[in-house]
Design a protein around this ligand. Structure first.
Ligand code: ADP
Length: 259
């Protein structure tokens, strides 16, 4: 992946893939990768054939969050075999570079890597391919929207103003690129004290609800700050793979997408 690959023109949606859904955010650290992995697992548990493409080239989180390690094989030197974890077909730039090594690439190399991960990976038959985008509104988003026939994008934000301002920009970008925004997902919306049960709004309250209304975009879900979600992600078994309220919340989110 990467190398001196010159991006070609033309669409690059893999033949067996029915829908590509991108998960975006304006800012980093709002939980975009956490939502991507959990949504992928929840969709798989709902009986869908699901792929997850970690396109967060500068900070690939999915190898860790999905608990998948190893170098994808390429028996014929052309196609790349994806990995599999928790019922999800998985590809990440992180499989190609060491965890503590930085990816220092210019735009054209990025595009080459993205193109390879879409076009040369043996995705097989998929109902949905979830793409975990890098944060912001850069080259990867542009290329993906213009070239891969995205079915739509989900935008993840916390209720905090600084996150919302950037989420608005992401929504605006998808509008410009004519990619439908399927909805907003509010992450880290509330925190319930494990000792006294008091609910606090650490990152603010109501901002995402208002924003969704203002922009005419559906609010698909509100996910609390949850210690087990963080622990599960770090341990490589997304919370959606288990039982309990968070797994149910992700199952519901998945249902909303396949309705
Ligand atoms: P992004 O992809 O937007 O950069 P991540 O998914 O990597 O964000 O999340 C950033 C950090 O916050 C990670 O350590 C993750 O485990 C944690 N995190 C994400 N969502 C939640 C949540 N709802 N509750 C608790 N921790 C969360």
């Amino acid at each position: 992946v990467g190398g001196h690959h010159t991006p070609q023109t033309g669409p690059m949606k893999p033949a067996g893939v029915k829908r590509i859904i991108a998960v975006a955010s304006g800012k980093g650290g709002v939980g975009k990768s956490t939502v991507s992995s959990n949504l992928a697992v929840a969709l798989s548990r709902a009986g869908k054939k699901v792929g997850l493409l970690d396109a967060d080239i500068y900070g690939p989180s999915q190898p860790r969050m999905m608990g998948a390690k190893g170098r994808p094989a390429s028996p014929d030197g052309k196609t790349i075999e994806p990995l599999h974890a928790h019922g999800v077909t998985l590809m990440s730039i992180g499989f190609m570079v060491e965890e503590d090594k930085a990816v220092v690439w210019r735009g054209p190399m990025l595009m080459g890597a993205l193109q390879q991960m879409l076009g040369q990976v043996n995705w097989g038959e998929l109902d949905v391919l979830i793409v975990d985008l890098p944060p912001g509104t850069g080259d990867v988003q542009l290329t993906l929207c213009q070239r891969s026939e995205l079915s739509g994008a989900l935008v993840v934000s916390t209720p905090q103003d600084v996150a919302l301002i950037d989420a608005r920009k992401a929504i605006d970008m998808f509008g410009t690129l004519k990619t439908p925004v399927l909805g907003l997902i509010e992450n880290m919306s509330t925190f319930t004290c494990p000792n006294c049960g008091h609910e606090s709004h650490i990152f603010g309250h109501g901002g995402v609800v208002d924003e969704a209304q203002k922009m005419g975009v559906p609010l698909l879900g509100q996910l609390p700050i949850d210690l087990d979600t963080r622990l599960a992600g770090d341990a490589g078994t997304p919370i959606a793979a288990g039982e309990g309220p968070m797994a149910q919340a992700y199952a519901q989110l998945a249902q909303g997408l396949i309705r």
